[in-house]
Design a protein around this ligand. Structure first.
Ligand SMILES: Nc1nc2c(ncn2[C@@H]2O[C@H](COP(=O)(O)OP(=O)(O)O)[C@@H](O)[C@H]2O)c(=O)[nH]1
Ligand SMILES: [Mg+2]
Length: 295
């Protein structure tokens, strides 16, 4: 077909193809969630329902985009890590970030009624997104640690701040002054001595955020197995995480298994037998049954 004389305007579009062979991270972040959380009366310092909703929206994104191997979320943000060799949308940055961001936003709204039972959504929430490339495994690993350290610092601060306000009867200003210049050990001490709270006993999801990984799980009754997305709450900074999940994270894995490049090969899961699978995982089996066990 002959080109129209207007076709030339396409040349004005800029090329935003992402560099090859780098870890690609897309981080989305809630826009104005300070206000949004107040407007919807999120519990302080952590609203379990709102965090579950973030996790649910992130699972939707991972279900749609199979090249995402890991996601990490805390507060109003989620980072999605793509396989280094992903060819999604020809690695076009804006196409990738906008598709992820809009699917995340619509899923957040879609699952809102279920997660936030009885809370009316007052206005449409929005998220921003950026794509970041990490050329080395070390910088990629440090990125994840950075976000988790951020989670830890904020959560310890917020937990102590709201204990001072809600249990200690301080005003917001007084609590802020009390915490000025304190280090982590001071905050742990305030929590323990003034309120009998041992920070270590706080929920791992609050302290460490949520890591989503693909794992193969087996349903013991039918013996059928399915790849599902599993939420875990581990430390990126500890070797254990990287040792327990070497599949597809370490470069060496791909070098040793060149034949599986091009298809996703998740490792099997070692979910503790004495621990119930989270609803988030059971939902992916499309039935709620506790008789599913790690293979
Ligand atoms: N009460 C409450 N607030 C939360 C929770 N998760 C996120 N937020 C709010 O969301 C904000 C996220 O930080 P940031 O992205 O820097 O702020 P934003 O620019 O207003 O979105 C926090 O400062 C909190 O005010 C939660 O579980 N409970
Ligand atoms: Mg935000």
């Amino acid at each position: 077909m002959a080109k129209s004389k207007y076709e030339y305007v396409k040349q004005f579009e800029s090329d935003d193809k992402l560099l090859p062979n780098c870890w690609l991270v897309v981080r989305i972040d809630g826009k104005g969630f300070n206000k949004f959380s107040k407007k919807h009366k999120f519990e302080k310092p952590n609203d379990r329902r709102a965090l579950f909703l973030m996790n649910r929206a992130a699972v939707s994104v991972m279900e749609e985009f199979k090249d995402i191997i890991l996601a990490y979320g805390q507060s109003d943000e989620y980072s999605f890590v793509f396989r280094k060799d992903t060819d999604l949308y020809n690695r076009r940055a804006s196409k990738i970030t906008t598709c992820l961001c809009s699917l995340f936003s619509s899923s957040y709204v879609f699952y809102w009624p279920k997660a936030m039972e009885g809370v009316k959504l007052q206005y449409p929430p929005a998220f921003d997104a950026r794509a970041i490339l990490y050329p080395t495994d070390d910088s990629f690993r440090d990125y994840l640690i950075w976000r988790q350290v951020d989670c830890h610092i904020n959560n310890l601060y917020n937990t102590t701040f709201w204990a001072l306000v809600q249990k200690g009867g301080l005003s917001n200003d007084e609590a802020e002054k009390r915490l000025k210049g304190t280090v982590s050990s001071d905050k742990n001490e305030i929590l323990f001595s003034a309120f009998g709270v041992n920070y270590n006993d706080e929920l791992p999801m609050y302290k460490k955020g949520t890591i989503l990984l693909r794992k193969r799980l087996t349903d013991l009754r039918s013996n059928k197995s399915k790849v599902v997305i599993i939420p875990i709450h581990q430390d990126f900074i500890k070797e254990a995480f990287w040792e327990e999940n070497p599949d597809f994270i370490k470069e060496a894995f791909w070098e040793e298994n060149p034949e599986i490049l091009g298809m996703l090969k998740p490792g099997t899961c070692t979910w503790p037998v004495d621990k119930e699978l989270p609803d988030l995982v059971l939902e992916q089996y499309h039935f709620k049954d506790k008789e599913i066990k790690a293979s």
